[in-house]
Design a protein around this ligand. Sequence first.
Ligand code: HEC
Length: 345
Amino acid sequence: MTRDSVRDNMGNHRMKYLALYSLGISLMAPSIRAQAKLDFVKDIQPILQQTCIKCHGAEKQKGKLRLDAGELAMKGGKGGPAIVAGDASKSDLYRRVTLPKTDDDFMPSEGEPLTAKQLEMLRDWINQGASWPASATPIASKDGASGAPLEIKLPEYKPSAAETKAIEKLLQAGIDVRPIAMNTQWREANLRLLGTNVLDSSIAPLKDVLGLVDLNLAQTKVTDNGLAAISGLSNLTRLHLELTGVTDAGLTHIKNLSNLTYLNLYGTPVSDAGLAHLTGLKKLKNLYVWQTKITEAGIAQIKKTIPGLEVVAGLELKPIEKPPEKKEDKKEEKKEEKKEEKKKD
Ligand code: HEC
């Protein structure tokens, strides 16, 4: 479980009509777009979902081809790979969608053909290497049992000019702050993989990304001061700070993030004094404090002020350094474990 219900809700509500134009960056003019690097999640995934997934997804695999996940799509179908990265003209997928509609091989075999714009995007995407990020969520079929179009449950969100600028700036620095679903400008950023390359300065532009709902700073070099950049991101619902150097002082910067439902502090030097900054986070549901300096008393205290809060102190997790609790009645096992740990050290 890595997502909370808010995220799941949002993710499930993929849209029929796409927000391709709302970014307002380089998608408007076809001539510019032809040169612009296409983004799989933003540009291509919606086309596949809208037009292909009902026959080439988790439910049906016509021609043994699946287009709902990168690995599967690249493997191809009955006729072998349908996408030749870097060369649309050699890609069966592109050949089929550009055939005359009356051709037996034409795709989609039912429904509306792709528009000229969509064809152009598919072509450019394949020619640019057909990159399909592993992080892209598998594409779900849009029509549920009823076949009725999904409604948007998400409130509309329009980023400000400053926000759009900040997102571009972050992207240039290798930080992808991407929409959480296809039809929305609510965003998420996962910096964990960039890890120690992420400094306070790297995340400074986040201060303008008010549409950010999910932020993972785990294992980065972000410090207490750096967290000032996120102190005003009041839409944030999930925040990963595990395995960072963030201390009690840093938590003063998140005390007003009143929509937080998930906070992970595992492996930080945070103590009870830090938790005391968080008592205003009334929506907090999951708090991870394993391997911190937080005590039972601290946990009891915050649970009292935030009803319904679940605190994971790590007892049921597999310890890395030492078991958080020593029980005499399990001597044998514990000895074994300790030996193991000595070896590792
Ligand atoms: C209504 C169902 C349907 C839709 C929608 C559909 N396809 Fe297909 N697709 C098929 C069927 C059926 C086959 C198998 C045809 C055959 O083997 O001759 C097929 C085969 C293919 C193949 C060849 C697979 C192989 O290796 O033999 C490709 C590529 C393909 N489709 C791409 C697409 C793309 C791209 C879209 C969306 C633009 C799409 N299809 C939409 C039904 C569909």
